[in-house]
Design a protein around this ligand. Sequence first.
Ligand code: DGJ
Length: 735
Amino acid sequence: MDRIKRAIFICIFFGSLAVTAQDSELILFETKNTSLVYSIDQQHRLVFQYYGKHLNDISAFGFRKFPALSKTSRDYSCEAYPAFGSGNINEPALSIIHADGSITTELEYLNHKQEQKSEDITRTIIHLKDRISGLFVDLYTEAFRNEDVITQWTEIINQEPNPVILQNFYSSFLNVKAQSYFLTHFHGTWASEMTLTEEKLETGVKIIESKKGVRTTQSDNTAFIVSLNHASAENEGECYGGALTWSGNYKMSFQVDEWNFLNVLGGINPFMSAYHLAPGEKLKTPKMVWSFSDTGRGQISRNFHDWARKYALVDGMSPRPVVLNSWEGGYFTFDEKTITEMIDGAARFGIEMFVLDDGWFGNKFPRNNDQAGLGDWQTNIKKLPHGINYLADYAKSKGLKFGLWIEPEMINPKSNLAEKHPDWIVQSLGHEKLTLRNQWLLDLSNPAVQDFIWNTIDSLLIANPGISYLKWDANRHVENVGSTYLPADKQTHFWIDYTTGLYRIYEKINSKYPEIIMQACSSGGGRLDFGSLKYHHEFWASDDTDPLKRLFIQYGTNLIYPPIATAAHVSTSPNHQTGLYSPLKFRFDVAMTGRLGMELQPKDIKGADSLFAVNAIKTYKQIRPLIASGDLFRIISPYEKGGWASLMYVSKDKKSGVAFAFSTELHNRGQFLTVKLNGLDPAKKYKVEEINRGDKLYFWGNEKTFTGEYLMNAGIDLTLSKQFDSAVFKLTEID
Ligand code: DGJ
């Protein structure tokens, strides 16, 4: 066995055995279809070599020569975790003011250990140390074999005699070489989250970031896709997916440098976030999640979904209940009768969970609009004289579970809490406390505030054992930042300490109440990231419930995040956000591609529509396992010109599937659509059944049997033609 192979063999089979630089020149991280390779050079620097398609033989990286470049006395070889001061002239992953005032950091490799955490996960810890000082960095990498995902993060440890100040402390770095690079990212705003945009990266730095502290994914998401050499395509081309498991300020930096390498950094946003570490203290950075595919972004998406369902979502494989949420059906205006009638209507439809949204609390400062009550989490006895548990019991008597909305990070100036604890409000002393949606933010960097929120939720759940779902909302971001709790020299810790404080509360809820379904909502999709999803079962993708708009929002969302967690509700027509009319079938067909729910006043759905809703929910329950754990194949993007959209889910064993097709515009006479299905087994035979039908059949081959080969190559010809025509097909293998 040659040296390199021997080293790898030792790593894999002897688990946590440390292998020093002397024994090994290469460090390999492998998944089923990808390899990530680092080397340790003569100067003991950890060098980024390769991340891409799986390689059987990596030995050449042991003697690879990078072309010498005039700009630096070293060759181009790029550090795997580049620090400022070690010859790196691009944006550094790490920059530190050391205890002695030095701003130079040179990380050298000490040793590493690799351990098999499970059949799926290999964890590698690489120990690095500044050459001069007592500053250590442990670089953690986990390779998820079956999901083709790699996660990476660091622990930065101060063993210097005095405090150090961390300036840049990204989680992970990627260095790639291609002719050109195309970045897909997801920007937006309220009611328009996760809007897909793709741009060519030119020389210089492109940044995606949030400095909002809260609601950090409302205007751009931490997730992205980088495609090499051409714009990303669903089924072809080399591309990388990245996402950060963090709900606070983040920054993704994409630098095309003077040698046309792309350098990607992902992590906590260093903006106004200098972090002090006393001797002996350490900072753990959030995990960055990566995936590589040489067959297009569709595979990245499926890898992320598989990984998330297994590792980054609570109970990721179980189908979620069908929900009726009260918000658009009543807003703040309701009483007990309104709610019990809504529950009656929900029961008639076959809904499984009723969620009472905003407006149920506050007495001295009743929550009758968005101007008062936040912070006072006592049931409003005027609206709901018998309390919350009475409603939960009522729902139970009708066969439904019961959920409740909360927004515990927030406080209205008009509240008992604001009178009692003005010091708990995020504020910059001496400056006006700016409100947003008439509310302030509570200072979660303060442990007393964390305790208050935890105790509030705990008491609520103890007093109302009928609650089995919490919708956690957050309707503002941070401005006038400052904490009365943090000392003057640690005000810049606010951003990180807020987010870790939030996670501490989530953890307590998850561990004491593991059976409670948690929904992440933040004015819609403002907290849609793998950091928050770890504590939630689902997220509210957007306050825009218009099905046309939702086709776009859900397209972007599900490129990264799993459909089973994507709450999608059928609301009334005309839509409250857009004012547009759409047929009930179209609304259902769109919402059925995710976690189906309704958000309207059930008694407004009458006659034939009511029967349609009952049947649609029945149908959804049949296809729900496919949406929950099947593979998603996007067939036609709503972003493409043409006025169509189509996607499908296929079970892992390829025995069944469900396909959706939508007409988003009026088409010229005779311009029908042929949809070439995807993801099926060409050799299998499938019966195609049109389901969730209105009065029309759109496929001539309904109930006929076709080979997978035919369906994927010839496709199914559909007579969709008007705007809002839509069709759904169930595919079942026939032996
Ligand atoms: C914003 C959320 O996104 C809505 O669904 C609703 O819960 C409102 N807040 C309530 O204030």
